[in-house]
Design a protein. Structure first.
Length: 203
């Protein structure tokens, strides 16, 4: 019979109110006996949580009812320590795995958010670039038209044919009506088709 079996038998026989476990001559600790079920296994677990060489069984007044000596503490405690170390290591590995998984999930979510943001920014840049190209074309057309008007005005002042100048002036209202449409394109608004008089047709 090993020390643990002797201890259990003594606990059941004396039913102490508390026990005093010794790890050395000057190292003693008292353990209260619970009243719930499986109390003896809980007392033994508390005793064997540390090295012990002797356990005294005490009544409520502190009188010694009996004792148990542990003649092989090193081997028993070594086995218990290995078991607890293995359990602690498993719990630590499980916690580390959870942390790594949480970090991986967070990084995946962040990468997806960044990708969507970059795509949206790229779409905006492309729209702005297209609008700037359109605006540049309009500006160039306006410069060309101004140059032609100036040339026509010079020709008319010199007594030349002013027919082209009159045609350009007649077309000016249509050009002016197109300016709000161009502004709407640059601001990102929708543009409806134009009717024959140059007004926007509601859709």
């Amino acid at each position: 019979m090993n020390a643990t079996d002797k201890l259990l038998a003594s606990l059941k026989r004396h039913t102490p109110a508390k026990v005093r476990a010794y790890a050395g001559d000057d190292d003693a600790r008292e353990i209260a006996v619970p009243t719930r079920r499986k109390r003896w296994s809980q007392v033994i677990e508390a005793i064997e949580a540390r090295s012990w060489t002797r356990v005294e069984l005490l009544d409520k007044s502190g009188a010694v009812l009996g004792y148990v000596d542990n003649i092989e503490p090193a081997r028993e405690l070594e086995d218990l320590g290995d078991s607890r170390a293995s359990k602690t290591r498993s719990e630590a590995e499980w916690i580390v795995a959870l942390v790594i998984k949480a970090q991986r999930d967070a990084m995946t979510f962040r990468d997806a958010e960044v990708s969507n943001l970059l795509k949206a920014q790229g779409d905006v840049v492309r729209e702005l670039t297209s609008a700037m190209h359109g605006l540049s074309s309009i500006y160039r057309a306006q410069v060309d038209a101004a140059s032609e008007v100036a040339a026509m005005q010079a020709t008319a002042a010199a007594g030349g044919d002013g027919g082209q100048l009159r045609e350009l002036l007649e077309a000016a209202p249509t050009i002016l009506q197109a300016i709000p449409v161009i502004r709407g394109m640059l601001n990102g608004g929708g543009v409806g088709p134009m009717n024959g008089a140059g007004a926007k047709v509601k859709t």
